[in-house]
Design a protein around this ligand. Sequence first.
Ligand code: TRP
Length: 335
Amino acid sequence: MSKRTVLTGITTTGTPHLGNYVGAIKPAILASRVEGVQSCYFLADYHALIKCREPEVVHRSTLEIAATWLALGLDTDKALFYRQSDIPEILELTWLLTCVTAKGLMNRAHAYKAAVQENLEKGEDADYAVAMGLFSYPILMAADILMFNAHDVPVGRDQVQHLEMARDIAQRFNHFFGEHFVLPEAVVDDSVSVLPGQDGRKMSKSYNNTIPLWLPEKKLRKSIMRIVTNSLEPGEPKQTEGSALFAIYSAFASSEQRQDMKEAFADGIAWGEAKQQCFELINDELSGARAAYEELISDPARIEERLLEGASRARELTAPFIQELRSAVGIRSLT
Ligand code: TRP
């Protein structure tokens, strides 16, 4: 690929929520329309197994996330959109990389260290309940990225260390076996907002404060009405700073709308009214895609077909590349 390649993965362990939409999905779909860039987006279902042992959750989430990206208008002629497990070369590469990765590097991974720390605090054995999947998952992630020789990897701050590890692993492989891999870079966009959830903390499944993306209209309204505010009465001036409602509104608003809402806060808009406006804004943005989502989700065969098409296009790149890599390490025909 001569174009610049941008790649990112979405772990299939949950139902998409407004935070995913604002922080990842929407910017990614917009970015995929830029000329001169090859974007690769994939459903990281092998990653899902690291934290989830509920087959139905993994399966359902794969369907929902695929339907979400398609409903929101991802152009799959332009972007490569595939399911990780449909690309067997990724797992093959994982092993080649595992064999050059220093164990000490994995010992330093935040996710693993946090698990160990938690065990020690509870007086457990350091590695209690730590699966090898958790321990070595940065290698799987490196394989996801290096398989496509991606240059830029848009991720959240929490993933930056994994990108550093991917570079480190790529460098070691290149050092032993020749220059096969591009060294990828993390792209952290601080301008995309981290959306607060209903309780004001970061919107996250683990805090149980999410607003699911595809709630039917009435439920969406109810869910927005549950965003925490304070006890200020209508007519009393309200602060935008620290207001989860204002932050959520802002993530969907034009700069003009945001300014107007700021003034409305200063003028003492009633919380109920501000929430109603927030609901209308979000609902207007999503209602078209929601209909498309509902249609897609009721026809999994069509989604499956689109994913398999994506995988087949992706494998036009990965199949020859893995042959090159196998050959580089000495695994090749004897004749
Ligand atoms: N681990 C990432 C996350 O939890 C998801 C992911 C898997 C990913 N493979 C990737 C992101 C490759 C970027 C590139 O968010």
